[in-house]
Design a protein around this ligand. Structure first.
Ligand code: SF4
Ligand code: F3S
Ligand code: FES
Length: 254
């Protein structure tokens, strides 16, 4: 079954833009990205859109559909009302390059600020052993496809550009949480890096007031807030009362 659907697509670039109305054919089983491709093939050959896999795995086709941050390739047209215009806009938190394509380099900068896993000095590659429970704990976070929908949605940066400097966002705080939970990470012993203190001081964990909007939009259904951010916050509080940590910090500041 086919039908005609009205779309309002944001067109423009870094200098500004506006919504352009289109009337497009939709066929049974299609997703929003199919319609965007039909638009490119018919009325709007110069419409810019980023995508790769069309299977919800590359994280490229993030946009806002009817104001909701979604993957275009995983949003079925049958879930959207047919009697009203469907709006498609680029992610709001990142600067627009053109049309639906945004510059997400903020996220790569934040990724680089998270210091890498430090393997124990006395273990050779292949000798690492971990309990299954520890493997499973971080496996959930490893499902991340880096679509940056959580980064786009979190109000700490969505509504406050000025916070981008101090706040790494849910995706990268989750990475810090994962490293902090890692039983073989020797960053503290070898480099004096306390991951909990870094989460608070370098990555802005304190800005997160656990609204859980990041979790709501995650297409991989990762429980970012409950399983990464809240446990990390709890461990940061523990740290405040850890006499060893307090002593080490005092010694450092002398
Ligand atoms: Fe996307 Fe979820 Fe990864 Fe955030 S945590 S970047 S929403 S997959
Ligand atoms: Fe933002 Fe998620 Fe915290 S939306 S405020 S990082 S719970
Ligand atoms: Fe890869 Fe949508 S095209 S996630």
């Amino acid at each position: 079954m086919s039908y005609q659907q009205k779309f309002s697509v944001w067109r423009g670039d870094s200098d500004g833009g506006d919504f352009v109305e289109y009337d497009v054919e939709v066929n049974e089983g299609e997703v929003v990205l199919d319609v965007v491709h039909r638009l490119q093939a018919t009325e709007a050959p110069d419409l810019a859109v980023r995508w790769n896999c069309k299977a919800g795995k590359c994280g490229s086709c993030s946009a806002e559909i009817n104001g909701r941050p979604r993957l275009m390739c995983m949003t079925r047209m049958s879930t959207l009302p047919q009697d009203t215009t469907v709006s498609i806009t680029p992610m709001r938190t990142f600067p627009v390059i053109r049309d639906l394509v945004t510059d997400v380099s903020f996220n790569y900068e934040k990724a680089r600020e998270v210091r890498a896993f430090v393997p124990p000095a006395d273990l050779a590659p292949g000798e690492y052993r971990m309990q299954q429970v520890d493997v499973e704990r971080s496996q959930e976070f490893r499902k991340c496809i880096e679509c940056f929908l959580c980064q786009n949605t979190c109000h700490v940066v969505r509504d406050h550009e000025e916070n981008k400097l101090a706040f790494s966002g849910p995706r990268f705080l989750m990475r810090v949480a994962e490293l902090d939970m890692h039983p073989l990470d020797a960053a503290e012993d070898q480099e004096g890096l306390n991951r909990k203190a870094a989460a608070q001081d370098e990555h802005g964990l304190g800005y997160c007031n656990i609204t859980k909007c990041c979790t709501e939009v995650c297409p991989e259904h990762i429980k970012i807030t409950d399983n990464a951010l809240i446990p990390l916050k709890e461990r940061v509080v523990d740290l405040k009362f850890d006499p060893m940590f307090i002593r080490r910090r005092k010694r450092k500041s002398k």
